[in-house]
Design a protein around this ligand. Structure first.
Ligand code: MEV
Length: 312
């Protein structure tokens, strides 16, 4: 038996633009997905999670439907290992799925790591992030490497697709509050929607993406310097640009403005948008912002640790 966990993430700056090669800043959070994995004698992968259960023959792990990320992750791990075996996987998540907190990336990374552990083989964080990214791309059509890299590595990452990943030393701890709209959102559908907008109006949408890119570089410097006032200001600009790209909704806008009114330095959509979560940088207004955001809101901080083996 092995128990592996992997953190969820918040995109601090740069979502959507990162799909077109711009950098993103993302942080791992102190909420995790836990995967308990046991080797079994049969030729099946049995998956259970919070009352749901399903079994899949080893040769039929691909495809859409239930537990698609776990199945595809098992397939990727077996493919890379060059061996496969029966498994029982139990998934326990502290992250709402389809809410912009990176639950699919955390599930994928933790599943792959658990299978490597059961096989008695080493795997580096880079390799885990790459395999996890492949899983996300296979299941949802397109994905940037941001979520899987953050879940594998932990900390705050400056992710430049195709050009590498830098782990940042923060000038100051970030006090963050997440508000949840209660609405699920499909990352694949939101990314496709921005893609269609960009295709219809390239001369309008490309400058928006370039602006997000520019503010993400600025935000990287502010994070390193620990200038939270500037970070907050940049968050508000990023929120507006995400609204312009079509990532907004009444529920998200309401929560962003409630957080600002309660004294947050900045607030924005985090992740794909449409539904899901927003994020507020709260400095010393944590309690006030939490109260203002109401049900589903939680306070969080950056987790320096990425994927880890909890028990063996
Ligand atoms: C999803 O958390 C963020 C997006 O930028 C998509 C991606 O990076 O794959 C919208």
């Amino acid at each position: 038996m092995v128990l592996v966990s992997s953190p969820g993430k918040l995109i601090l700056f740069g979502e959507h633009a990162v799909v077109y090669g711009a950098p993103a800043l993302a942080g791992a959070i102190d909420r995790r997905v836990y995967i308990k994995a046991i080797r079994s004698e049969d030729e099946e992968v049995e998956i259970s999670s919070q009352g749901r259960r399903a079994s899949f023959p080893l040769e039929k792990l691909a495809g859409r439907g239930s537990f698609s990320y776990v199945r595809q992750a098992a397939r990727a791990a077996f493919g890379r290992l060059g061996e496969s075996f029966g498994l029982k996987l139990d998934v326990n998540s502290q992250l709402q799925n389809a809410s912009g907190l990176g639950s699919s990336a955390a599930v994928s990374v933790a599943t792959i790591k658990a299978i490597y552990e059961l096989a008695g083989r080493e795997v580096g964080r880079d390799e885990l992030a790459k395999l996890g990214h492949r899983v996300e791309t296979e299941v949802q059509g397109s994905a940037s490497p941001t979520d899987t890299a953050t879940s594998a590595e932990g900390g705050v990452l400056f992710v430049k697709p195709g050009k590498g990943i830098e782990k940042l030393e923060l000038g100051e701890d970030l006090a963050l509050v997440v508000g949840f709209t209660g609405l699920k959102s499909s990352t694949g559908a939101m990314v496709a929607m921005v893609g269609r907008l960009k295709e219809s109006y390239p001369e309008v949408v490309e400058p928006l993406i370039e602006s997000i890119e520019a503010l993400t570089y600025r935000a990287r410097d502010s994070l390193i310097r620990g200038d939270q006032r500037e970070l907050g200001r940049l968050m508000r600009v990023n929120h507006g640009l995400l609204e312009a790209l079509g990532g907004g909704s009444l529920e998200l806008a309401e929560k962003v403005h409630l957080a600002l009114r309660a004294g947050a330095l900045g607030a924005k959509i985090t992740g794909a948008g449409g539904g899901g979560c927003m994020l507020a940088l709260v400095a010393d207004r944590r309690e006030k912002v939490l109260r203002a955001l109401g049900r589903g809101a939680f306070s969080t901080r950056i987790s320096e640790e990425g994927v880890r083996v909890e028990e063996q």
